[in-house]
Design a protein around this ligand. Sequence first.
Ligand code: SF4
Length: 700
Amino acid sequence: MSSSFKTTCCYCGVGCGVIVHKERNGSLRVEGDKDHPVNKGLLCSKGMNLHYTVMNTTDRLLYPEMRYSKTMQRQRVSWNVALQRTAAVFKTFIQKYGPDSVAFYASGQCLTEEYYVVNKLIKGFIGSNNIDTNSRLCMSSAVTAYKMSLGDDSVPVCYDDIELADCLFVAGANPAWCHPIIWRRVEAARASNPDLKIIVSDPRNTQTCAYANVHLQLKPGTDVVLHHAIGRLLLEEGAIDIHFIKNHTEGFERYKQKVMQRTVAEAAAICDVPEEKLREAAGYIARSKGFITMWTMGLNQSVIGVNKNLSLINLNLITGHIGKPGSGPFSLTGQPNAMGGREVGGMATMLSAHRNLASEADRTFMQQFWGGTTINSNPGLTATEMFDALNDGRLKAIWIMGSNPLVSLPDVHKVEAGLKRAKFVVVQEVSNKPETLQYADVVLPAAAWAEKEGTMTNAERRITYLYKMVDAPGEALPDAEIICRFAKAMGYHGFDYNSFAEIYDEHCRATKGTNIDISGLSYEILKDARSIQYPYKENGKETPRLFTNKQFYTPSKKAIIHAVDDENESEPTTADLPLILTTGRIRDQWHTMTKTGKVSKLKKHIAQSFLEIHPDDAAERGIAENDLVEISNNRGQVRVKAKLTPDIKSGVVFLPMHWGKILNSDLNRANNLTNNLLDSKSKQPDFKYAAVAVKLYNKK
Ligand code: SF4
């Protein structure tokens, strides 16, 4: 008999509802869920092909594998042997070198329950904060900025606000390709409201810009200058909300002084954007009744990512466009459950339920809640710092869970060197493709989407329950079960859950009294309601929009307007490395292609990596369309075909971030070239700015 399940797409943070039909022969088919409030039946190209991610088992890890020394080949072993051996190695390192000698590197693809137990394990029982995830690469600058400006990591708006706004400022994002269903909603909003104004800031003329009333094609790294110039124009035009500023914010006078330091003409010259376009953008904001700022990696993935975020959020604060319909700052998330990871505090700098790692009271609360060891007050190693610590020997063992750092991390040769030097590497993974497997001492096969139950939270704080629909192949297990089995092998109590619902209930209880209180939530409620936007307290009310009472999460209950520096601290270009490399996504691929790479339909859009280069920069180097070019700097090389387009700013080149090694060649891998510079506050790497040289390698 065929059956159907309602669940959520596991690709991106939009969080679209899908209906999965399981046919009599066991095959799966997906369609968009017309009743789901996020996508109303729509799916993008990736979502429409979701079922292929679990149907093809030829590239799946099926059994645990292990080796006793680096010179041995891994052998298939039982779960018990793999986990007992891993526990013995971890215990030895912890005893000899301390708890900070081990680390977990997880993923924004993990379900909330998985995030919860691994975070509990290392912080609450091992006694280290060395857990970070690839979400560090995606949104940690937004998290830090929200905390600094609003008092907690809190996305104030919901998707329904898009339809209520009359001005959208899309900064450093290409949602038309990377968050397609959100963009379909923007397109629909524009169709029903021709007065909706769209401002886009991006060094590239992307598909999103096709809908822009004004495209601010700025020079990379000048976003803060641009935001300040718009702030100044709003001040000069009197288009600020004095009542809101006076009653609900702090820091305005310092901000005012800061933005008045540069004239609009000076700012326009620094950003390389025509002054009249800045004035046009400011005019749209000034005249709007509902104003949303929307951003992703162009702001976050920067050495000044937090400053870029704060200076954009300031535009909402000075105009009072927050906490009301159709208004507010809105950071989009890349990973499907980056928000769930934020809820459980599953990162090196966070504690569960948005509690503060630096607060003794919060640490004591969680220690007593978990009944484990004293929680370390020092932040742990963040994503790139873990691999630095493997390189210098501080870290002995790393457990990589559902992530592919040999493609996704910056300066990837350094990452590879770290994995080579690691004393012990555990890889917990669905696919048998990731490059990390070659360095694994222990391989643990994990269940994929649709093969396990759990919850995820999308970019608008909407939590959904995901059903298990099919059994995992071979001996693959849900990630939460793997971690709990390992914790028990370590001898820790508190991991004897009878169900995933019990894990979730414990997480919900941990949030009680916090800003993300979901103490009223359970699997039963989620299954019944389909999805809930948090906070969701015991009174059973969900919260589509935050700060409607203008009370923020800061001690004074006022939002903070930060007067941030506007200097770009990225790697400078030189005479030898004169071009700025920026990296990003293409429409039909997802991250490192471990899932989308096996769907032939998705390869039809763009089959190979490429370098986007301005025709003037190409002509200077004798490069024509489709010539093979070499992009290089002191960290590595990439060789791909050139795509000449006036859509990229002269002086800037673009590489997609998806491709890793192909036939043992790593010359498609953009992160050979990116640098390890981090934002000092968020520790997010600077993927959007690396100095490179480009030369002709072979004529086509
Ligand atoms: Fe899935 Fe994101 Fe596409 Fe929606 S927009 S179908 S969540 S990939």
